[in-house]
Design a protein around this ligand. Structure first.
Ligand code: SF4
Length: 572
């Protein structure tokens, strides 16, 4: 697979082998993240490197990827798959949430050896952008209908609050977009070198313990900047997280930019600004710039930071084209100075550090809202649902008097605005659809990426394996009083955030019992966010076959349960 075919870069085998536990969200000490100065040009526009230095950059220069929308509607959907220009198919389509999915029947051993066109199916994955995860039941019904009519019933809740469909034909894309647009949804910049979906607290505006509601800032960024040519050609993807909830429920440590709710002693509630987080190759936690941003200035500050990335971000090498590398080289002091001097033309207000969150922030179970009603968080194992389930969820939620749901960055689903008298009935009815609010720790804390079923980069299967793992562990060990997070990736990338899980499983081929290679996982142990922020340790030679996975996790869990001190968490 070449770099042009996807925005997901193969991870460096050794990149996640971090044993230090850096403090997420804290300013880096001078030199701590600085790397040796690079002599070669990095393709930074602001330094005069305007000539494209690789095929991805050339493609974006040849034609703004946002223009591909018209070609999809007016040419490709009418003439069919074979009419699609390869540069659009494997490049610009991503700006509208479209990737070709993996051709069925190709095993994981062939992933790295085949050419992109040999892996391409004639069907697409379609990612629906849901900023802040906020959906009405009407919108949910429309997505469910699209799933049933055009996606063979597939629907996955992703860990970036999107809903992802599969088996999409190019001929159906215009009608899918029309249906989405009738309810205010779209797929614009759901993928590509662009500002991706904005993570937002799933309980924004309703949580009783909220510091500040970030929803207005998410809406403003979306309206002003998403789909704008101003930011449609970035060095690579740009991920945003905004939450005013004290649980920091949007994984802010591993986003390119995060606004984290905090109370300023003089100015009141606002946001602490973090930049430069990301996993995949060379995982890094975001660092604080030490600046407090009021709600009404979030969109402008966001635009300043993304403009720095556009202008100063490294474009020469794909694997160094994330903002985290620029932040690492500059350090937070210089980054803030450039932001203030060249982009905002004013100083930012110094601000305090947010308190470290203690709760997991997945919002599972029943919680009272500040208006006296309740929100209820439900688990579908590893985010797998279906169009049929989503349609029934929408009907059930309405039958119990609500019209709002939210997806979460943990692959979960929340129902908002439920009156006390309806809570029990809602929980019972959704349990019948496989969505559990009274869920055990295993079901609650397993996440999985798309895996070999649909992903062209995958080496192993993940979703079905996650479901099997949860059911086995529940049967063998019952519930846990202290959750152990288990995240499964289908390849060395980190779509399911393996480096920050208690048990992170990186899909690869491993030695099988008979000597040949079989699907399995490299194990990372002891990663976490929040109170236990740190990257898991990759133990050399610590690999497990897919077949052995339940036995392995059972052994690790039993060892932890037997040896732990009072109150000791897994990552400690
Ligand atoms: Fe991401 Fe999983 Fe695909 Fe790898 S296999 S690129 S981790 S979705």
């Amino acid at each position: 697979m070449t770099a042009q075919t996807t925005d997901q870069t193969s991870a460096d085998e050794t990149s996640a082998n971090h044993t230090e536990r850096p403090s997420a969200g804290r300013p880096a000490r001078a030199g701590q993240r600085r790397q040796v100065g690079r002599k070669k040009g990095e393709g930074q526009w602001a330094l005069g490197y305007r000539e494209p230095l690789n095929a991805n950059e050339q493609s974006k220069k040849d034609d703004n990827p946002l223009h591909v929308r018209d070609r999809i509607i007016n040419i490709y959907a009418k003439r069919g798959f074979d009419s699609i220009d390869p540069g659009d198919l494997r490049g610009r389509f991503r700006w509208f949430g479209l990737y070709t999915q993996r051709r069925p029947g190709i095993d994981g051993g062939k992933t790295a050896t085949l050419e992109p066109e040999e892996l391409d199916d004639r069907y697409f994955m379609l990612r629906i952008r849901i900023d802040g995860g906020a959906l009405s039941t009407q919108q949910l019904k429309v997505i469910a209908g699209i799933s049933t009519d055009f996606a063979r019933g597939t629907a996955d809740l992703t860990d970036r609050q999107n809903i992802q469909l599969h088996w999409i034909r190019i001929e159906d894309v215009p009608e899918i977009w029309e249906r989405l647009e009738t309810v205010g949804l779209d797929t614009v910049e759901a993928c590509g070198d662009s500002p991706r979906v904005i993570l937002g607290s799933p309980v924004a505006g309703i949580a009783a313990d909220e510091i500040i509601n970030g929803d207005p800032a998410i809406r403003e960024i979306n309206q002003r900047f998403i789909g704008s040519p101003e930011f449609s050609n970035l060095p690579r993807k740009f991920k945003t997280a905004i939450s005013g909830h004290p649980s920091q429920d949007v994984v802010p440590q591993i986003n390119d930019i995060s606004f984290v709710g905090v109370r300023h002693p003089e100015h009141g509630p606002g946001f602490d600004l973090w930049v430069g987080g990301g996993l995949s190759t060379n995982p890094m936690f975001a660092v604080r710039l030490g600046a407090w941003v009021p709600l009404e200035e979030v969109a402008d500050v966001w635009a300043g930071v993304i403009a720095i990335f556009r202008d100063y971000g490294y474009r020469r090498l794909r694997h160094r084209a994330r903002i985290k590398f620029l932040v690492a080289d500059w350090g937070p002091e210089k980054f803030r100075q450039v932001l203030e001097d060249e982009y905002l033309h004013r100083p930012l207000i110094d601000g305090p550090e947010p308190e470290t969150p203690v709760s997991p922030g997945d919002h599972i179970g029943v919680h009272q809202q500040k208006d006296g009603r309740y929100f209820v968080g439900f688990t579908a194992i590893a985010g797998r649902v279906s169009g049929e389930v989503l349609a029934k969820v929408a009907e059930t939620v309405e039958a119990h008097g609500s019209c709002r749901v939210r997806t979460t960055p943990m692959q979960k689903l929340l129902v908002l605005d439920v009156t006390e008298s309806e809570v029990g009935g809602l929980i019972a009815d959704l349990a019948g659809l496989g969505l559990s609010a009274e869920t055990g720790a295993w079901r609650r804390s397993v996440m999985a990426c798309t895996g070999i079923e649909f992903c062209k980069l995958a080496i192993v299967e993940t979703k079905a394996r996650a479901k099997n793992l949860v059911e086995e562990l529940e049967r063998r060990l019952g519930d846990l009083d202290s959750p152990i997070t288990v995240n499964l990736n289908g390849c060395p990338n980190s779509c399911a955030r393996i480096q920050v899980a208690d048990i992170g499983l990186k899909g690869q081929l491993v030695a099988g019992p008979g000597g040949g290679q079989v699907p399995g996982f490299q194990v990372h142990l002891g990663g976490g966010l929040g109170l236990d922020a740190g990257f898991g340790r990759k133990l050399r030679g610590h690999k497990v076959t897919a077949e052995e996975l339940p036995d392995y996790v059972e052994r690790v869990a039993k060892a932890y349960l037997a040896d732990r001190q009072q109150g000791e968490r897994f990552a400690q």
